[in-house]
Design a protein around this ligand. Sequence first.
Ligand SMILES: NC(=O)c1ccc[n+]([C@@H]2O[C@H](COP(=O)([O-])OP(=O)(O)OC[C@H]3O[C@@H](n4cnc5c(N)ncnc54)[C@H](OP(=O)(O)O)[C@@H]3O)[C@@H](O)[C@H]2O)c1
Length: 331
Amino acid sequence: MKTVAVAISGFGNVGRQIARMLLARRSRYRNLYGVDVRLVAVCNSRAGLRKGAGIEEVDFASLVPGSTGPAFLVEAKPDVLIEAGPSDFETGSPGLAYLRTLLAMGCDGVVVSKGALVHSGPPLRRLAAATGARLRISGATAAALPTIDVLETGLLGCRVLGLEGVLNATTNYLLNAMMERGIGFPEALREAQAGGFAESEPSRDIEGWDTACKLLILANFGLDLDLGMKDVSVSGIGGVTLDDIGRWREEGTVPRLVGRIEFREDGPKAEVALRTYPLDDPFAHIAGKAKALRIHTDCMGEILTMGGGPEPTATASAALKDFELLLATPR
Ligand SMILES: NC(=O)c1ccc[n+]([C@@H]2O[C@H](COP(=O)([O-])OP(=O)(O)OC[C@H]3O[C@@H](n4cnc5c(N)ncnc54)[C@H](OP(=O)(O)O)[C@@H]3O)[C@@H](O)[C@H]2O)c1
């Protein structure tokens, strides 16, 4: 039976969950695709483990200090790299070094972290194309919500005229809390942080940067554009006041932090901004930490996906969907 060797860079919440679920699904991979999947290497920022015969869950507690970095993973000769490190879109680090090194060897990439894709998405696509490596990125584009798959395959045969998405769960949760209970932004944020629904350092979410990252990745990977962060106009929800909340409640509208791409005569326009929706619009009904994407097309009308699941399982599942798509279409 053919062996498929997997390495994971970034062994935190998501990386470990991916590893657990990958190991638990080995019999599925054997039965459906006729392959023996082995987790041959994992690493975090300071330690890692390599085992040609396959890492088991019991080994997760035995990472070896100093065993990390792209060269460490290369030695494991993986067929697939799953990149689940931190997301730093200003430098692309640390994922960029892992992806550049492993894609250059022809290793397929399943990417969960956004940093490298935002920083160097188009060059990474070109690198993968040059070496025959496949690059799948569901985990980095709103994860459990089908976004990139819909653009890549579901809408083949039509032209995308534009899209808009509620792509950040934290801001959706905060706006819902403010609207449902008539509380102001600082109070909603304090509550969300106390309940673990918002990061202790939430600026990337509330200032719109996380949404902008996902929008850019969708633009460059799903719509074949070549945009950088400088091409996206970004604003967030930190300035929402109690007066705004009162006015929207009175008007019967609902605010959302939305990433949009429109194709205009002078080229594509990408924007992240707060927009309001009337109650008869599905975007007014995106519950809790769910997300949504609406795509406008020339021949297939308006397509909407909406939903979300508990983290980190939802993101791990999205990464393993990508992994399984690689198994389903062997090179
Ligand atoms: N958590 C979610 O629900 C979620 C949802 C969607 C997407 N994501 C994305 O998934 C990624 C991982 O999120 P997470 O929640 O798992 O974060 P996390 O728990 O902080 O894990 C990040 C991991 O990356 C490791 N790392 C840092 N620098 C590294 C390096 N140079 N080489 C190898 N590993 C390195 C960290 O190691 P140390 O522990 O040694 O620092 C840690 O193991 C992020 O990019 C995030 O944006 C997360």
